[in-house]
Design a protein around this ligand. Structure first.
Ligand SMILES: *Cc1c(COP(=O)(O)O)cnc(C)c1O
Length: 471
């Protein structure tokens, strides 16, 4: 052996040491920590047991078919689907959303021979996840983004339905979120689904982030298959299902809709190909871990984790509301909060200050909606079950960080910054970078972002463009 396993593993450990801590609630985005080491251990063992398996062919690997059917059945029950609801386990939320869009497009085309090469459109609120824009780009659909209320951050049913009417025949799908990622607010699912159904249009509820939280959150308006007119739902196991990355479900009302998600071909001299999802060879490790965690937790286990998550969210929301110069956007339902400037606390400065205190919050730039109204720049916090154990600390840091930046003017955009980031890497303070991204037109920002991220993995470039972990 050229290098000993110990040597190689030590180098991997050194790489991981350059990451921010994935456990303990210090990162307020990207990672979801149950706070239970026993669940992490179970997930590891379950995933390890399935590492060699290929989910590409569930007739060969019966174990994968068993797991997938069990996870789909569990999700179906959780989201009030009857026997007519079926679906698939995917590699993540983006894939689940993409497949919901694909199914909608195929059924839209199949409804009328004249549509076989026509371009369909999807209608979504501006707060919908970019996975739908990505799906539209990949699948060649038009997107009509509809403004949400600037005050509540919530989609407005009448506006979404008016957009469907304007599109007429071309509308294949309308999307709502439960809740949306930027503001954590649940859209008016019942009104939109009813209106879509009356117009013969499919309605997808994106519960990627909410799927494994809302069922235990408490009294809520119906948002799932209990609502007539909801035709598909996406829900990520690798978020509040506490599975490792690589597991989500997409559910459809009706086997025909699910079948429209598949790809099958015999047009090659190899084995007959049937792919339910985007991938060919399919890892089953995350699926096995998701299944194991679900079995171990059961309904009461999730209820307990959600109770902790809710307690953390309540603590932070109360704390943030009491901070002068800061406000929580809208009325979030669930564990995501967006904090906006309410007279003196710039969210980008706040995120930098929080980083100095050892917390990684996420900067969300302001967005001008198609009607000219502006959604504010915000600091995003994703809270999880582990957050409850550190909620008081985080609230105290939030108060201190706000005190430190109150009255400090927002950073000015700096058009020269993009070139500097490319040569020198990202600065420690990101407020200037975020202000610049916010101010520059999308046609300029998008390629620049691609270049920066390309450079980060380009073997020919030594500089590391990444944000610093908290001290
Ligand atoms: C996370 C998320 C997605 C996309 O999921 P990935 O797993 O990151 O691909 C889609 N919609 C919402 C609301 C999300 O929060």
């Amino acid at each position: 052996m050229t290098r000993s396993p110990d040597d190689v593993l030590a180098e991997l450990a050194a790489m991981r040491a350059t990451d921010p801590p994935t456990h303990g609630g210090r990162i307020l985005a990207y990672v979801y920590d149950s706070g239970r080491a026993d669940l992490d251990r179970l997930a590891e063992q379950a995933a390890t047991a399935f590492l060699p398996v290929n989910g590409l062919d569930p007739t060969t690997f019966r174990s994968v078919a068993t797991l997938e059917s069990s996870l789909v059945g569990r999700a179906r029950d959780l989201f009030h689907g009857d026997d007519d609801v079926v679906g698939s386990v995917t590699s993540g939320g983006t894939e689940s959303c993409l497949l919901a869009v694909k199914a909608a497009r195929e059924l839209w085309r199949a409804a009328d021979p004249a549509r076989s090469h026509a371009r369909a459109a999807i209608v979504l609120p501006t707060t919908a996840h970019p996975a739908f824009h990505k799906a539209a780009q990949y699948l060649d659909l038009d997107v009509v983004a509809v403004p949400v209320s600037v005050e509540s951050g919530r989609a407005e049913a009448a506006a979404l339905l008016a957009a469907l009417d304007e599109l007429g025949e071309r509308a294949a799908l309308v999307v709502v979120s439960a809740p949306s990622y930027p503001f954590g607010v649940i859209d008016p699912v019942t009104e939109v689904a009813a209106g879509a159904s009356a117009r013969g249009v499919a309605c997808h509820v994106d519960a990627c982030v909410g799927g494994w939280v809302l069922p235990w959150w408490g009294e809520l308006d119906a948002w799932d298959f209990a609502v007539p007119g909801v035709t598909s739902i996406s829900a990520d196991l690798h978020k509040y299902g506490y599975a490792p990355k690589g597991a989500s479900v997409v559910l459809h009302r009706g086997r025909e809709r699910h079948a429209a998600q598949y790809f099958a071909t015999t047009a090659w001299p190899g084995y007959p190909v049937v792919n339910p999802t985007v991938l060919g060879s399919r890892a089953a490790g995350a699926m096995a871990a998701a299944w194991a965690i679900g079995e171990a937790l059961g309904d009461s286990g999730y209820a307990e984790l959600v109770a902790r998550t809710r307690s953390a969210a309540d603590t932070l929301r109360t704390a943030a509301d009491a901070i002068p110069g800061l406000r929580v956007v809208g009325s979030p339902t669930g564990p995501l909060l967006a904090l906006a400037d309410d007279g003196g606390v710039d969210p980008f400065r706040l995120v930098d200050a929080l980083r100095r205190h050892g917390w990684l919050a996420q900067s969300q730039p302001a967005m001008t909606q198609p009607d000219g109204t502006v959604l504010p720049r915000t600091a995003h916090l994703t809270l999880t079950a582990v957050s409850d154990s550190i909620a008081a600390d985080l609230a105290a840091s939030l108060v201190q960080a706000a005190d430190e930046v109150r009255g400090v003017p927002a950073a000015d955009p700096d058009p020269g910054l993009v070139a500097r980031v490319l040569t020198e890497g990202l600065p420690d303070e990101l407020a200037g970078v975020m202000s610049t991204l916010e101010a520059l037109p999308g046609e300029v920002v998008r390629p620049a972002l691609v270049q920066v991220l390309q450079a980060a993995i380009d073997p020919a470039r030594s500089n590391q463009t990444r944000t610093r972990p908290p001290e």
